[in-house]
Ligand binder design. Structure first.
Ligand SMILES: C[S@@+](CC[C@H](N)C(=O)[O-])C[C@H]1O[C@@H](n2cnc3c(N)ncnc32)[C@H](O)[C@@H]1O
Length: 396
């Protein structure tokens, strides 16, 4: 990221950390996808004084990190300042696994502990490093936890890409903290220095809960969940085909988000057992909340998992999928293909994968090769719905 001529993001001189040595694995790796960005470097530079002071008190346990992509923040703090006991929350399981892999590879094993987004992540923290999310709900949910549970003197060193930062974000942060001060910008990233937790502010209510009249279902969502409590338009179209999906004793809602598909399947077929799975911690918590809100808790089991890794090969009869086509902020088909491969692996011969995707994408050949015989079942102005039958095609 920084070059020989580049003075770097600034801050006091510290031990070096080899950012390019970080890997994204097991997340998608490709030449245009990186395991760290300028924001990571800027946050670590902006927090350097505070982190050096923590090292002096041998109190690395006071550092919390949130939104770390692949471990650059936690491992950078560990390497540069000799810190340990760093509490880290990453919504994506692949990021959590990548940080653990990176820690081992870089000789920094045991310096951080991965945690869910719960009060204990921040309790007593005096420094918080934060890669800011783009979703205002995710921002609000996390800000409220920091404000309520971190030490009163906490310094939050937050940062993001300038193009993704809005004044609305400052307003959300300002409703939880007295001071939200823009810091320096470097390589299209900017810092926000945040401190002074406000007292007596009502905590925002998460998971949010909204009744969807089209489905006749409650949809619940924690802040970091794709689409929040809304019914995704592609999913809405996909669910029109639910009566044509094969009879099955069990089904998988792959990439479940707020659990819309799992709840719709369970409601339509009262004997069906549904696995709702996603790599996002917020998504699985939301899907569980959606199932409970609709009285479907006994029919829906949620699992946080990366692309069905914990599901045995040949174990599923029906998989239903609305795949993402973004990897973070980058448009990249790799994640959809990874999920097609996952479905192809776990489906038993004759099992069906039902997928919805944007009309301008032609995934039929990929589905045919990775899952089995694939037929386009419907199209509207925006989306295509396809059915792939495992074991009957030219599986590659
Ligand atoms: C387009 S959203 C669909 C969400 C939900 N099914 C719906 O219909 O609203 C895609 C989902 O795939 C999840 N996802 C992305 N990569 C994944 C992976 N490697 N394993 C499991 N889920 C993943 C995302 O977290 C996201 O919730």
């Amino acid at each position: 990221m920084s070059s020989m001529q580049d003075p770097g993001p600034g801050g006091p001189a510290t031990a070096s950390f080899d950012f390019p040595a970080l890997r994204r694995f097991p997340d998608i790796e490709a030449p245009n996808l990186y395991a760290h960005d300028a924001t990571d470097e800027l946050i670590l530079a902006g927090a350097a004084d505070r982190l050096a002071a923590l090292a002096g008190t041998h109190d690395g346990g006071s550092l919390a990190v949130v939104g770390d992509r692949y471990g650059a923040l936690a491992l950078g703090a560990a390497a540069r300042h000799g810190l340990a006991g760093i509490r880290v929350h990453q919504d994506a399981l692949s990021g959590e696994l990548a940080a653990a892999n990176n820690a081992e590879r870089l000789g920094l094993g045991g310096r951080h502990v991965s945690m869910p987004l719960v009060p204990g992540l921040f309790s007593g923290a005096t420094v918080v490093l934060w890669q800011l999310p783009r979703s205002l709900d995710e921002l609000a949910e996390t800000a409220a936890l920091i404000r309520t549970h971190a030490a009163p003197g906490v310094q939050v060193v937050a940062g993001g890409r300038v193009k993704h930062m809005t004044l609305a974000m400052n307003e959300v942060l300002g409703s939880h903290f007295h001071h939200v001060v823009p810091g320096r910008a470097w390589h299209k990233s900017r810092l926000l220095m945040v401190d002074g937790p406000r007292e007596g502010v009502p905590a925002p209510d998460f998971p949010r809960k909204e009744f969807n009249a089209h489905l006749g279902l409650w949809l619940c969502a924690h802040g970091a969940t794709f689409g929040g409590t809304k019914l995704d338009l592609g999913t809405r179209f996909l669910l029109d085909f639910l009566p044509r999906m094969r009879p099955a004793a069990t089904a998988v809602d792959l990439g479940c988000g707020n659990g819309t598909i799992a709840a719709a399947l369970a409601t339509a077929r009262p004997g069906l057992q549904v696995w709702a799975t996603d790599q996002s911690a917020a998504a699985v918590a939301s899907a569980a909340a959606t199932a409970a809100a609709n009285g479907l808790g006994a029919q829906v089991t949620v699992v946080r998992d990366d692309a069905l890794a914990r599901f045995p090969a040949g174990s599923a009869e029906l998989v239903v999928l609305n795949p993402p086509f973004h990897v973070g902020a980058t448009v990249h088909a790799g994640i959809a293909l990874k999920l097609f491969d996952a479905a192809g692996r776990v489906l038993a011969p004759g099992g069906e994968l039902w997928t919805v995707y944007n009309r301008h994408l032609d995934y039929r050949p990929q589905l045919q090769g990775r899952v089995g015989a694939t037929e386009v079942m419907g199209r509207n102005s925006k989306f295509t719905v396809a059915r792939s039958v495992a074991g009957w095609g030219s599986r590659g």
